[in-house]
Structure formats: structure tokens, C-alpha cells
Ligand binder design. Structure first.
Ligand code: ZN
Length: 139
């Protein structure tokens, strides 16, 4: 049975990273680890570690991506939570068997060898859920 290990990150869509940082960094006191342009996701992402997990502030850089449409439709807010799983392929097969609606029926490859997949909010009480498997470290 595949196992969820922890919350990897919570992604929040923002229309402006510097103004979002006035709360998340300046008021709350989180450290801004780095800001990264992620052309694949048509976004700029600010990473703020919180122990074993991270807050990601995501600002779309185009008008057409999923996050851009989310922002246009609903305004800034929580976009998804990401759970780290030890075996994403086994978990997707398991969820499919349980009748869970998946956005990705098989894992797609993210940056740095990660495998990721999204679960449809219809099956999760309205929250977009990302699953994430880290590459196994070389022996
Ligand atoms: Zn994510």
C-alpha cells in the first residue's frame, strides 16, 4: 500500500509577489528561500520553507495557464496542496480503483526528476491535490 509521507507544499496564487511577501515574509516572519521563474508552469514562484513543508506563492506570467485562469476567476487564494507519496504509480492505480477522479491518470515528469500528478477537486472536497514523488537518490 503506497503511503503519504507529509505535506510537501501549499501553493497560493497571488497577483503580485512583493505585496504577498509583506504578509508571508515581513509580518509572519517566514524566510524567503528563493524566487524562481518556472517557464513550464508559466509562473514565477516564491518558496518559503516552513519546517518540513513549504509555502509557495505562485504568480502567473501568462494569461492562459491554469493558474492564470484561476486568478482571473477567483482572485488570489489557495490553489492546491501537495502531498509527498512514496510510490506515485501505485497510489494512482489505487485511487483509480477507488473511483477517485484524477486529472493525470499517470504521473508526469516535473523538474529535477520528480514525478507528479493532480487529483480532481470533485473527489477531494473541493481542494486541488497534487501528489509528488521525489526521485530515489542514486545508490
Ligand atoms: Zn505544487
Amino acid at each position: 500500500m503506497p503511503t503519504i509521507k507529509r505535506i510537501d507544499h501549499i501553493a497560493i496564487v497571488v497577483d503580485d509577489i512583493p505585496s504577498a511577501l509583506t504578509f508571508w515574509r515581513d509580518a509572519l516572519g517566514l524566510e524567503l528561500a528563493h524566487v524562481e521563474d518556472v517557464p513550464d508552469q508559466e509562473s514565477i514562484v516564491a518558496f518559503l520553507p516552513t519546517g518540513e513543508s513549504e509555502i509557495e506563492l505562485v504568480k502567473p506570467t501568462t494569461d492562459t495557464s491554469g493558474v492564470a485562469k484561476f486568478l482571473q476567476k477567483r482572485g488570489a487564494g489557495m490553489h492546491h496542496i501537495c502531498l509527498e507519496v512514496d510510490d506515485i504509480d501505485a497510489m494512482l492505480a489505487h485511487l483509480k480503483e477507488k473511483g477517485v477522479q484524477l486529472i493525470h491518470e499517470t504521473a508526469i515528469h516535473g523538474s529535477g526528476g520528480k514525478k507528479i500528478a493532480f487529483i480532481h477537486p470533485k473527489s477531494t472536497s473541493g481542494v486541488l491535490v497534487e501528489l509528488y514523488e521525489l526521485p530515489t537518490p542514486a545508490p
